[in-house]
Structures are given as structure tokens and as C-alpha cells.
Design a protein around this ligand. Structure first.
Ligand code: GLC
Length: 523
């Protein structure tokens, strides 16, 4: 297995509840993932990241962990994890698992003890101010970040009340998580995606924020509960644990910070290997915006020597086909966006279903919604269920091949046409394009760390890296480029006339640069 594999890996996110269901209960599970590993092999990904499958009452889809060393019976058992890791490894696919250290479930033995008045120091309990919570912090899911218990004191939960924040000032908490890391590393996992890696440490004294609508500040402004410098000490400690195992195991930070420079701090050589690039994910479909976020992303990681990552979708955000305008336009842009992302140096994260061009499901009936955000926001935020609808594998059958029963969120009937079965044999399908694009990247690896911008027609994003040029037309009209010769990858059809390529809007092309000819041909 190659050295520094993670620096340019393509990593596929499996949202376990919605990938494949082996036992017909309508919820995806570990044997389901195992049964569909061939799909990931055919796609050509290097690794899979699996969202939490630990024992959980599912107040937040498994991000509320009741036992960090146990598998929830809904998803399988430890034997299933071992079998999945072994099968994936046999296919050359590494396995990254989620770990949720900021908070446990309220059903975790520690919190149950805390409610009974023992070991409260493992969480963040405080006295209120009269009848009010200890401070003005709001939960990310809406409403106050504090809940009162029977004896009148309050505990902190940055997310749902069923997700009490752990007290990372306490050595016992740190030791427990080191041990949890070792438990899964011993079992053979290749690394961890660290949930809310920016949240474990809070500002001393838990100061008020003094802002009425704190949700608007998330990821944009400094907050006393996110991105505190103290989190880095924990990450250094974890890196030492991970590095004590052979085989280049990795840590990936979910860190929402106000800037690419702040995110880069998580990537210092003795901290995490990678962090999700949410600044890229949230960039609009606009040439200057994309160019600037690519530049700032690459510049931010350069001083720490870490790879950039690129991501368009995950289980927390609206699917990008929809974000980019939906319908044919959204699909066309999504194809071009993939070509762009795979052309860039660094590592790429894909979210299950994007290879099928799945859109966000915007019309789920109210009564099926499960995201805690829906209730917590007083039914004003519909939450994240629309990007979590189970995958369609076949054109017919119960839950379109997701399982033998139903699916925990209803699939739109028109997803039959988007199923793996429907797309696999169609050269023009999104799935075929993903396979082709990933192959093109493997054959033309992005091993460098920089891109060189090329001045082209207005509205065209054009750069070169490691012998490959990528041009994406964001101008809204057809543009002409000098015909570069054989094309390595095209996100949509394009024309050639009189030595010129006619590049339609929202289309990306790759071609190989003849290094010495580059400047004279295209400058
Ligand atoms: C992360 C997860 C999200 C979860 C939250 C709380 O942001 O990606 O799904 O709700 O943490 O654990």
C-alpha cells in the first residue's frame, strides 16, 4: 500500500443508515455495505468513510453514542465490522470510521450516572442564573444549549439535549477516548473522521456571546464553544496514538472554522492529516469565487505541508445537484464540478449517491422527518433528511434494491431511473461519468500541491497541474479555446471547429499539457 496514500486519495462517504439494508428493516447496516463493496471497487475509490454505527438511541442518526465500543444491533455486530474491514482491504479499499468525542448520548453509562448525581464532572454541569440557563449559548439544532435536570442544575449540549457535551478538561475523558481509538485501531480500521473536532474545548468561564441569532455565526465568526486553541492539544495526543500503529492510519477533522487559515492549524504535522474543506463546499458556482477558494485553500495548507481536500456534498448539507440549480442544469454542473474537483491536487471526498446524480429530496412529508433540527427549530428548519434518503440500487423491487423491505425515508419513485442498475450500462449516465473520471484521475494522478492558472476567455476557469490542464466554462455562453488535441476527460459533449474547441457552458475538459508548448499555445 502506497506511502502517503491519503494525500491524494478519493474517499467515499457511506451514510450507513441509507446505503444498503441487508435484513429488510428499512435501515441500512454493515452487512449491507459489505454486500455492495463491488460498487465502490467499480467506482474506483481508495477508501470509505463510514458514519457512526455504534450503540445509539438514534436521537441524531447515531451521532449520539451510548457505547463507543459496541455496534448498534440495528447495524450488526463487531464481527460484521471485522468482516467489512477485511473484505474492503481485500479490494484495496481502506476503511475510516467516525468518532464522536464532543458529546455522548444521554443514554451513555456516564451520563446516566451523572443524572443520578455521580461523576458529573465528566460533563458540563453548571448552576443557572435564577430560572435562566448559565449563559446565552444556542444549540446548533436551535433552542438553548442547556437543559435543566431534576435538581435544578443545567448541562451543556451544543447539539440536541440527548447529546450532552463531555468535559475534555478531565483527564479521565481523555484517557477513555485514547482507549476507544486503540480499540478500533486494533480491530484494523485505517483511521477516524473526527466529529466536531473544533468543539471539544470551550472558552474558560463559558462567556456569553451576546448575539440573538447565533446560528448565523457558525463557521464564520469566532465563538466561545468552537475552534478554541485548546482543541489542538487533544489532536496532538490523538495523532501520537494513531502514529503508534503501522500502516499510515489517518485522522480527518470535521472542523467548521471561520477561515482556511484557522482550518490549517488542525493540519500541522503533529495533528490531523486532513480536514474537510467546507469553504470549497459552500462556494457559489462562479468563476471568481471558485478560483479564490481554490487559491486560499491551497495557500492555507502550504505552510503546514498538509494536502488540501475537496468536497461537494455530505450528510449535513443539501445535495449539490440541487444547490447548483437542480434539474438538467444541476446535473450538468455537477458533472463539471466533479471534473474540476478531481483535477485539483489533494484529496477528494464523495458522498454516497452523488455518483448517481441524486438531487436533494425537497418534498419529504412532515411526518417522516427524523432530523432533530425539525423539532428543535419549532418546525421552521426541515433539517438534513433530504440528503439522507436511501440509495436506489435497482429499477424495481421494494425500496429500489436498498433492501428487501421499505426504507426509513421514502424514495421518490422517479429514482428508479437513477438507480445503479439503470445507469450502469448507459455511457452517458452520471455513474459512468464518475467511473470514467476517477479512472482518468488514477491515470493522471494529482501528486503536486499547486496549480498554475492560465488566462483564457472571460468566465473560464483554467489551470494546469502535474501535466494536466483543466478548463471549466462558467461564462454562461459557448467559448472557444485552441484545440488542445486529445482530451482526457469531458464532462459533457463539446465541439471542434477550425482548430478551436467549442466549449459549452458548465462543461469541463481535461487534456494533457505538452509542458514545453503550454505557454506558447495558450498564453
Ligand atoms: C457533525 C455531524 C452531524 C451531527 C453533528 C453532531 O456535524 O456531521 O451529522 O449532527 O456533528 O454530532
Amino acid at each position: 500500500m502506497s506511502q502517503d496514500w491519503w494525500r491524494h486519495a478519493v474517499i467515499y462517504q457511506v451514510y450507513v443508515r441509507s446505503f444498503a439494508d441487508s435484513d429488510g428493516d428499512g435501515v441500512g447496516d454493515l452487512p449491507g455495505i459489505r454486500s455492495r463493496l463491488a460498487h465502490l471497487r467499480d467506482l474506483g475509490v481508495d477508501a470509505v468513510w463510514i458514519t457512526p454505527f455504534y450503540a445509539s438511541p438514534m436521537a441524531d442518526g447515531g451521532y449520539d453514542v451510548a457505547d463507543y465500543r459496541a455496534v448498534d444491533p440495528q447495524f450488526g455486530d463487531l464481527g460484521d465490522v471485522r468482516a467489512l474491514v477485511d473484505d474492503a482491504h481485500a479490494l484495496g479499499i481502506r476503511v475510516i470510521v467516525d468518532i464522536v468525542p464532543n458529546h455522548s448520548s444521554d443514554r451513555h453509562a456516564w451520563f446516566q450516572e451523572a443524572l443520578a448525581g455521580r461523576g458529573r464532572e465528566r460533563y458540563v454541569f453548571r448552576e443557572g442564573v435564577g430560572d435562566r440557563p448559565p449563559n446565552d449559548w444556542e444549540s446548533v439544532f436551535g433552542g438553548p444549549a442547556w437543559t435543566r435536570v431534576a435538581d435544578g442544575s443545567w448541562y451543556l449540549h451544543l447539539f440536541a439535549p440527548e447529546q450532552p457535551d463531555l468535559n475534555w478538561e478531565l483527564p479521565e475523558v481523555r484517557e477513555e477516548f485514547r482507549d476507544v481509538l486503540r480499540f478500533w485501531l486494533d480491530l484494523g480500521v485505517d483511521g477516524f473522521r473526527v466529529d466536531v473536532a473544533h468543539g471539544m474545548v470551550k472558552a474558560p468561564g463559558l462567556p456569553d456571546i451576546g448575539h440573538a441569532d447565533q446560528l448565523t455565526l457558525l463557521g464564520t465568526a469566532p465563538l466561545p464553544f468552537f475552534d478554541q486553541d485548546g482543541v489542538h492539544e487533544i489532536h496532538r495526543d490523538w495523532r501520537a496514538v494513531v502514529d503508534s500503529y503501522p500502516g499510515e492510519r489517518v485522522l480527518v477533522a470535521e472542523a467548521w472554522t471561520p477561515s482556511a487559515e484557522r482550518t490549517a492549524l488542525y493540519l500541522r504535522p503533529d495533528e490531523m492529516h486532513q480536514a474537510f474543506n467546507f469553504h470549497y463546499l459552500t462556494a457559489p458556482w462562479d468563476r471568481d469565487a471558485l478560483r479564490s477558494v481554490i487559491d486560499s485553500s491551497l495557500a492555507a495548507v502550504a505552510p503546514v505541508g498538509a494536502p488540501t481536500t475537496w468536497v461537494l456534498s455530505n450528510h449535513d448539507v443539501q445535495r449539490h445537484v440541487t444547490r447548483y440549480g437542480g434539474g438538467e442544469k444541476g446535473v450538468r454542473r455537477a458533472r463539471a464540478a466533479l471534473a474540476l474537483m478531481l483535477a485539483l491536487p489533494g484529496s477528494v471526498y464523495l458522498y454516497q449517491g452523488e455518483e448517481l446524480g441524486l438531487p436533494e429530496v425537497l418534498d419529504l412529508p412532515d411526518e417522516v422527518l427524523q432530523d432533530p433540527m425539525w423539532e428543535r427549530s419549532g418546525h421552521t428548519e426541515r433539517g438534513r433528511d433530504g440528503c439522507r434518503v436511501p440509495l436506489p440500487w435497482t429499477t424495481a423491487g421494494p425500496s429500489l434494491g436498498f433492501g428487501t423491505g421499505g426504507s426509513w425515508l421514502p424514495q421518490p419513485p422517479e429514482w428508479a431511473k437513477l438507480s445503479v442498475e439503470a445507469q450502469a450500462g448507459d455511457q452517458d449516465s452520471m455513474l459512468s461519468f464518475y467511473r470514467t473520471a476517477l479512472r482518468a484521475r488514477r491515470e493522471n494522478p494529482a501528486t503536486g500541491v499547486t496549480v498554475t492558472w492560465v488566462d483564457g476567455p472571460e468566465g473560464v476557469l483554467w489551470f494546469e497541474r502535474d501535466g494536466v490542464a483543466c478548463a471549466l466554462n462558467l461564462s454562461g455562453a459557448v467559448v472557444e479555446l485552441p484545440d488542445p488535441g486529445p482530451v482526457l476527460l469531458a464532462s459533457s459533449y463539446y465541439g471542434v471547429r477550425d482548430g478551436q474547441v467549442l466549449l459549452p457552458p458548465d462543461t469541463a475538459l481535461w487534456w494533457r499539457t505538452a509542458a514545453e508548448a503550454v505557454t506558447s499555445d495558450f498564453a
